[in-house]
Design a protein around this ligand. Structure first.
Ligand SMILES: O=c1ccn([C@@H]2O[C@H](COP(=O)(O)O)[C@@H](O)[C@H]2O)c(=O)[nH]1
Length: 236
């Protein structure tokens, strides 16, 4: 059954067993899941098989950034493993993104979404200034999102704070995946550009990435149900 919820739970765990134990406490009709660098480095492709067997759509969040050939091959291998979504860094440039999009298009029957990271949600203007970009994050996000759009990406990773601006400029079908989601009152941690789930959806986000507010809760499924209910998602 297709998941109706926009929530993607970040399974940031140090072992395959810990990640699968959390996944078993969730429900594939109430969320998708995300495998990032920590989990994939420890568990490898076996974690993708395990999560697929449990019925989850999987976002492989490895944020590829390398020369065009290397990234295109990595994207192709990810798609062949049946992931629902995979990503690259938009700052890798047009040729890298176009090569990735072409690699994906060359696979028969693929329907993997290919998106590009703009500016990490953990960064604000002072962080950008330190890497030589003394401009507001929104300006850099817009520049990279336009580049991603014209390079054949299905969408971008950005903060929900930029969602309204991006859907006005690039259209409502351009997929906006937004981490840095924090229900009111929850711990912000290392995130800088945040929004609540309801604000993010109103701003035009398509998918909300939530890690610690769900995985570190005493009852992760209760948080998931509450947020879905607040967003008006039909609970089966
Ligand atoms: O700009 C970005 C890109 C990716 N992430 C990832 O999303 C989750 C967020 O987890 P929380 O615990 O909800 O902060 C995490 O896996 C990041 O690697 C991001 O936060 N920002």
């Amino acid at each position: 059954m297709t998941c109706q919820s926009p929530i993607v739970v970040a399974l940031d765990y140090p072992t395959l067993d810990a990640a699968l134990a959390m996944a078993q406490r969730l429900d594939p009709t109430l969320c998708r899941v995300k495998v990032g660098k920590e989990l994939f480095t420890t568990a490898g492709p076996a974690i993708l098989d395990g999560l697929h067997k449990l019925g989850f759509d999987v976002f492989l969040d490895l944020k590829f950034h390398d020369i065009p050939n290397t990234v295109a091959k990595a994207v192709e291998v990810a798609a062949r493993q049946g992931v629902w979504m995979v990503n690259v860094h938009a700052s890798g440039g047009r040729r890298m993104m176009e090569a990735s999009a072409n690699a994906l298009a060359s696979i028969n029957d693929h329907n993997t979404l290919l998106i590009a990271v703009t500016v990490l949600t953990s960064m604000d203007q002072s962080d950008l200034a330190e890497i030589g970009l003394d401009i507001p994050p929104q300006e850099q996000v817009m520049r990279l999102a336009r580049l991603a759009h014209s390079s054949g990406m299905h969408g971008v990773v950005c903060s929900a704070q930029e969602a309204t601006m991006l859907s006005a400029a690039l259209g409502k079908d351009f997929v906006l995946v937004t981490p840095g989601i924090r229900p009111a009152g929850s711990d912000v941690g290392d995130q800088k550009r945040i929004m609540t789930p309801t604000e993010a959806m109103s701003a035009g986000s398509h998918y909300l990435v939530m890690g610690r507010p769900i995985t570190q809760a005493a009852e992760p499924i209760a948080v998931l149900e509450t947020v879905n209910r607040e967003l008006g998602v039909q609970l089966v």
